[in-house]
Design a protein around this ligand. Structure first.
Ligand SMILES: [Zn+2]
Length: 175
């Protein structure tokens, strides 16, 4: 194989990846339908092999589990419509952890139109609209509880700790 061929195939691959990124512009977070998953900074990596097998890495935001399922499904459906795609593998990865720093400038503009001032987007903090009501402790009913680990043992569950009776408890993330 000459260097020329290798270069051309590398370029083809880059173009294919670019067009897959453009396709992902059509996929939105159902909680924030104004902004695409690309603008939200949720797409970590897109790769395609010579057989048309596509792998998309998504960084979950602070959306609940049902939203993640919907996003995964929409990513699969949208990518499957692209020419030459044989299969789509969507992976939710937690490294790096998604934060508001990843939102693109366009994304921030659109969020502003959606009623969220970019100034209120604190570094590494959940979007204000995604912050939930206080969670009541299942043991003593106190609402003085703290989230220990954002993602918990699985992406769908969070670990909390009661600040009054000190009991730890798990909670399924809700939309
Ligand atoms: Zn308690």
């Amino acid at each position: 194989m000459s260097d020329m061929t290798t270069e051309t195939s590398q370029q083809d691959k880059q173009e294919r990846r670019d067009s897959l990124w453009r396709a992902l512009q059509d996929v939105v977070d159902p909680e924030i339908p104004a902004v695409s998953v690309v603008e939200m900074g949720m797409v970590n990596r897109v790769d395609v092999d010579d057989d048309g097998r596509v792998m998309v890495e998504i960084l979950p935001t602070f959306s609940g589990c049902p939203a993640l399922d919907v996003i995964g499904q929409h990513v699969r459906e949208r990518i499957a419509r692209e020419p030459g795609v044989a299969s789509v593998d969507v992976r939710f990865v937690f490294d790096p952890i998604w934060s508001t720093d990843r939102i693109t400038a366009e994304g921030k503009e659109k969020l502003k139109g959606f009623g969220i001032a970019p100034a209120t987007l604190a570094r590494g903090k959940p979007l204000p609209m995604l912050q939930r009501e206080p969670v009541a402790c299942p043991f003593c009913g106190s609402t003085r509880t703290a989230m220990d680990n954002l993602f918990g043992p699985t992406p769908c569950r969070s670990l909390y700790r009661c600040l009054d009776c000190r009991n730890p408890f798990e909670r399924f993330k809700a939309l």
